[in-house]
Write a protein that binds this ligand. Structure first.
Ligand SMILES: [Ca+2]
Length: 511
């Protein structure tokens, strides 16, 4: 009877009390048969629960495509722990974020739908649309996952992160005060403004490792969004000292911040390994958008906005553009035992795929229109060798783009470009005149998609002055209108203005 009672307690949770009740009123042979059936159901339920993996998303900020050592592009970057993650699974050669800017990119990732469907296309848009959407964290939380957010949010006030499906919050993206309802060692506290006691990247990693330790027996969803290497470039000596060579100071600082991120990835994977959780954990590592270079890559002293020291090589363009440099980002996926190791994956994939993949693995029912992405696991495991997407599409502030196979059609205001990315990943030679029919087909698919957005259409916004300058320089090969010295002077002036403003207005809880 004890086993029966235990089964009843388990099955009650699974909504099967009726079968147990019937079982109590049956004769012995029937009980044996029914018991065998229940034991089977019990075992399969347990195994289904066990099969639901932890899902961890590392999301870096303004992290250029070149800046993982496993990309093999530049020799100065060192990210051994992210390299090991890529080696254990997939390094995506064509991994994309949904926008060349923080807010829309994060909104798309969290909801799993292209963000202009709910009106969050650029940093300046109101977040009402986002606030009405269900995030993947909410869906996972409803499905029984323990959910936790670390680092940068940028989708509304940090104390409200819990309204978007995160039970635990350790929101820190600057040296200023931050909002947290857990301590560094993963214990609960009231949501409160907290003074930092660690470098923000280290604090996020430590808190995340504590949560893994605390919930080692439960399915977890961790969103670890380091504000790195986004400005202000604030790496402490410990990390700066790892890069002693001659180089621009902004480069050294970016390398140091990314080294702190890499240590964090190492701490998380070691914590998972310590509890034999690596094979039970799907990990994504994705950049939110390309590095800002501000054309000149000024090594300007005094911090402030400008080049963040990261690089998009060999891609053309930068943050704020739908050229490859703006949204073709570092993208790694690992799930030992489920995704074969050592893969370079060539088909284009998107940050939108994170939510669709997570929902499917968590057994969440979804309806058409819930997600724009796909479950990547059949593709990355090799079961399905087709391309995960027929095409990928973007729209951001007067720019729009579509990639289908090797072709990319890009539109900025009235300007149009067609690139063969297989032979021209640097987007140097537009083939619009040579292949007008391909451009026309892609334009028509892109237009059709854009009709579903809010507001609809390809020309819903104008190309900004800054973007016009970028298009002139990166895509149209026009000479620069501003010299390096003039750009430096302008940056220094804006830094001084910002410092004065900051003195007048002390920093509060980060947004
Ligand atoms: Ca960003």
């Amino acid at each position: 009877m004890e086993i029966l009672n235990r089964m009843q307690s388990f099955e009650k949770r699974a909504g099967r009390t009726r079968e147990i009740h019937q079982l109590r009123n049956q004769s012995m042979p029937q009980v044996i048969n029914a018991t065998a059936l229940l034991i089977f159901l019990l075992l399969t339920s347990v195994s289904q629960a066990e099969e639901r993996p932890n899902i961890i998303v590392f999301y870096t900020d303004d992290h250029g495509h070149a800046d993982l050592s496993c990309q093999g592009v530049l020799a100065d970057i060192r990210t051994p722990n992210v390299d090991a993650l890529a080696k254990s699974g997939v390094l995506a050669r064509n991994g994309y974020s949904t926008a060349p800017q923080c807010v829309p990119s994060r909104a798309g990732l969290m909801v799993g739908k292209f963000q202009s469907r709910f009106g969050v296309e650029t940093n300046g848009n109101a977040l009402d649309g986002f606030n009405h959407e269900q995030t993947i964290a909410e869906r996972l939380q409803n499905a029984g996952y323990v959910t936790a957010q670390f680092g940068k949010w940028h989708l509304g006030p940090t104390p409200k992160i819990t309204d978007h499906g995160f039970r635990h919050v350790y929101a820190q993206n600057s040296g200023g005060n931050f909002a947290a309802n857990i301590t560094l060692d993963g214990k609960d506290q009231q949501m409160q403004t907290v003074k930092p006691t660690r470098y923000h990247i280290d604090g996020c990693s430590e808190a995340a490792a504590s949560i893994i330790q605390r919930y080692k027996d439960k399915p977890l969803f961790l969103y670890i969004a380091y504000r790195a290497p986004h400005v202000p470039l604030d790496a402490p000596k410990k990390y700066l000292n790892r890069f002693p060579g001659k180089m621009p100071e902004r480069r050294r600082k970016a390398l140091a911040m990314l080294s702190a991120v890499d240590d964090g990835v190492g701490l998380i994977t070691q914590t998972l390994a310590k509890h034999q959780l690596m094979e039970k954990t799907l990990i994504f590592y994705i950049g939110d958008n390309g590095a800002p270079l501000k054309i000149h890559k000024l090594d300007a002293p005094g911090g402030g906005p400008g080049w963040d020291g990261s690089l998009n090589d060999p891609l053309n363009g930068e943050k704020g553009m739908l050229a490859e440099g703006g949204m073709h980002v570092p993208f790694v996926v690992s799930w030992p035992g489920k995704i074969p190791p050592g893969q370079l994956y060539e088909h284009p994939i998107s940050a939108l795929d994170v939510a669709a993949t997570a929902a499917e693995l968590a057994g969440i029912d979804s309806k058409p229109g819930d997600f724009d992405g796909v479950n990547l696991i059949p593709f990355l495991s090799g079961k399905n060798t087709a391309a995960p997407h027929e095409f990928l599409t973007w729209r951001w502030g007067g720019q729009s783009a579509i990639r289908e196979g090797k072709w990319k059609f890009l539109k900025g205001g009235d300007r149009e470009y067609l690139y063969d990315l297989e032979s021209d990943i640097q987007e140097k030679n537009s083939l619009l005149k040579q292949h007008p029919e391909i451009a026309s087909q892609l334009r028509s698919k892109l237009s059709k998609w854009a009709e579903e957005l809010r507001p609809p259409g390809l020309d819903a916004a104008n190309l900004s002055t800054a973007a016009k300058k970028y298009f002139d320089f990166y895509l149209d090969g026009k000479p620069l209108t501003q010299t390096r010295a003039e750009a430096l002077e302008q940056l220094n002036q804006s830094n001084q203005k910002r410092k004065k403003q900051r003195r007048r207005k002390p920093e509060g809880v980060t947004r």
